[in-house]
Design a binder for this molecule. Sequence first.
Ligand code: FES
Length: 87
Amino acid sequence: MIVCLCHRISDRDIREAVRTGTRDFETLQDETCIARNCGCCEDCAVETFDEALAKHAASTSIAAVTNLPAAPVPAAPRRPVISLVPV
Ligand code: FES
């Protein structure tokens, strides 16, 4: 979806900017000029940017959690050996 008609910036462009390191809306504006012409897109652009940041933060925190060292696995309880072969 095109968010900024004046500069042809899509929601995908905004998500890509976040994925590659853009962390504040002013920087996004410096990089793309989004919402700097008529300004009609500003609300949608900010909302899309905030959503992209939130999703990125969630995905990176999940990645951080999954990179934690594994907790030690407790040893299985020892069970008596039962022989099925008649002696
Ligand atoms: S639509 Fe984005 S500045 Fe005009």
